[in-house]
Design a protein around this ligand. Structure first.
Ligand code: SF4
Length: 172
């Protein structure tokens, strides 16, 4: 019998895809979730064609509809990321995912509370959602999703596992 499939930000799996060429390997989450689920890595920035390493980006503008901007150059990557999300989410819709774990604080993957800046420099004035996370929640509004920082709490991790199993039963 095939295992329940859960998407996860690739850097949490240990893939060296972050802007600095490193990973964010999370042994606790991978061990706990890996006991029950097949984990399917997705790195929106890498898969959207951005190099490793790359200049870091930040969210700029309003908390509701922020733009994805390279900090140093001011280059706006919003269009490139939105195009990727459209294609990748259409593909993910055929992959029977029953949940998703997202890297906290990322301007692409962060599910909540990502700093949004008014412009280059200065302090953040709002909080928002990374562009991939926003597209993912819009495309799959009922799918259980969690940030990695929430899952470090064992009770939250158990609850997420239950939600995924329930959602999977509902799908099949
Ligand atoms: S947080 Fe998301 S976009 Fe950034 S390296 Fe990890 S998977 Fe890639």
């Amino acid at each position: 019998m095939s295992r329940i499939r859960v998407g996860i930000s690739s850097c949490l799996l240990g893939e060296p895809v972050r802007y600095d060429g490193r990973d964010k390997h999370d042994l606790f989450i991978i061990t706990e979730l890996g006991r029950f689920f097949e984990l399917v890595g997705v790195c929106p920035e890498r898969e959207a064609g951005m190099p490793v390493p790359r200049d870091p980006m930040q969210l700029v503008g309003s908390g509701e509809t922020p733009r994805l901007v390279v900090i140093r150059s001011g280059q706006d990557m919003t269009g490139q990321m939105r195009l990727f999300c459209e294609c990748r989410l259409a593909a993910l819709a055929t992959e029977s995912l029953c949940g998703f774990v997202l890297k906290s604080n990322s301007p692409s993957c962060g599910l909540s509370g990502v700093a949004v800046y008014p412009g280059p420099g200065g302090a953040p004035e709002a909080e928002g959602r990374g562009l991939f996370a926003a597209a993912l929640t819009a495309r799959f509004p009922q799918m259980p999703m969690a940030e990695e920082r929430w899952l470090r709490e064992p009770a939250h991790c158990s609850l997420f596992i239950e939600q995924v199993v329930r959602y999977c039963r509902h799908l099949s």
